[in-house]
Design a protein around this ligand. Structure first.
Ligand code: ATP
Length: 337
């Protein structure tokens, strides 16, 4: 959306153009003091600019968090975009709290996270939260092409939603990608940019892909005390964001090998791997999910996939259970039994 499409005082529009802020959405991602500095506008002009920009960009104005609580939104769930997996999760991810998704490399964690970035954009009656997603990549680059493919497949996979609704959702405009290659940049991202996107109602899902990568690369085994302190600071930032904005937080985590094979805390389907980062991290997570690759092959039309299993390891409101799934062009879809 550009400046010709909004009704705003021409003096303010001239100032944003001089500051080379081309799109209306761009100003929403900049803090108030930075906007004042860039445009030379007064505090009240910047406020007016932000009100007009956020009204123009949002499909639905954000509801203040206090009202959401009154309406009993604590039982709201974010659908994962598949009825079989939603059934396992009793509707999807809880909006307040941190969910961890762990699993081996290539098992499909990122695929599920991308699917959630689209699902969050649907209205609540279709399992979404009427808003966008912010996706923090710590290791790999963001899989833009795969996201585009999933967007193209929405009309096939989301037959529950009206087709005109799907074609009107500008999915790729509402996924905000951040890169944090070290803990300092992650901290800056979580304390500055993410709260801004949440406060302006532009996003209502935070994905961190992946957590263990940063903590593993920055600390040696002997630095465990320092590492645990940093881990707790990071967890408390996530909890704060989740609570304050009533927003689901999804953290992707790798797994480490377990040599004893007798770790009961992993649940009935535990085998030879355990989520990385240990107990300090596990105590901060509300829902722990694990994805595993199973033996064999499953088929769907002209496609084939190695079967996966999504398991609930622990969650206060869920039974320890699992569902088999395949990864297709359309995304991760559970297999009905
Ligand atoms: N377009 C596609 N069609 C079908 N399956 C796909 C497609 N793209 C990816 N996949 C499947 O997803 C797998 C990769 O999943 P994903 O990138 O989510 O792994 P991950 O668990 O995040 O791994 P890592 O921890 O290494 O990032 C591929 O091995 C493939 O099986």
């Amino acid at each position: 959306m550009n400046w010709d499409q909004v009704e705003l005082n021409p003096r303010i529009i001239a100032a944003v153009r001089r500051a080379k802020l081309k799109s209306v959405r761009e100003v929403l991602c900049i803090s108030d003091p930075d906007l004042q500095r860039l445009t030379g506008l007064s505090h009240s002009d910047v406020k007016q600019l932000l009100i007009v920009a956020s009204t123009a960009c949002r499909r639905h104005p954000p509801t203040p968090v206090i009202l959401l609580h009154h309406r009993g939104e604590s039982s709201l769930r974010l659908s994962v975009g598949c009825p079989v997996l939603d059934q396992l999760l009793r509707g999807g991810l809880p909006v307040g709290g941190v969910t961890e998704l762990s699993g081996e490399s290539g098992v499909g964690k990122t695929q599920l996270a991308l699917q959630l970035c689209l699902s969050v954009q649907y209205p609540t009656e279709y399992g979404g939260l009427n808003s966008g997603a912010v996706y923090i990549c710590t290791e790999d680059s963001f899989p833009v092409r795969r996201l585009q493919q999933l967007i193209q497949e929405q009309s096939t996979v989301r037959s529950d939603a009206p087709q005109d609704l799907i074609s009107n959702l500008q999915f790729s405009d509402h996924v905000y990608i951040e890169h944090a290659a070290d803990l300092d940049s992650l901290q800056v991202c979580l304390s500055q940019r993410v709260p801004l996107l949440l406060a302006r109602g532009l996003v209502r899902l935070l994905v961190v892909d992946s957590v263990a990568a940063l903590f593993r690369s920055e600390f040696q085994a002997s630095d465990w005390l320092q590492r645990n302190k940093q881990l707790l600071t990071f967890c408390s930032a996530l909890h704060h964001l989740s609570r304050e904005f009533n927003t689901p937080v999804l953290c992707i985590n790798q797994v480490t090998d377990v040599f004893s094979g007798s770790d009961d805390s992993l649940g009935p389907h535990s085998s030879n791997v355990s989520p990385a980062l240990g107990l300090v991290w596990a105590n901060q997570v509300m829902v722990r999910l694990m994805m595993r690759r199973l033996q064999g092959m499953i088929f769907h039309g002209d496609q084939s996939s190695a079967p996966r299993r999504l398991e609930v390891v622990f969650a206060p409101h869920l039974a320890q259970d699992g569902r088999d799934a395949g990864i297709w062009r359309e995304g991760v879809q559970g297999v009905s039994s």
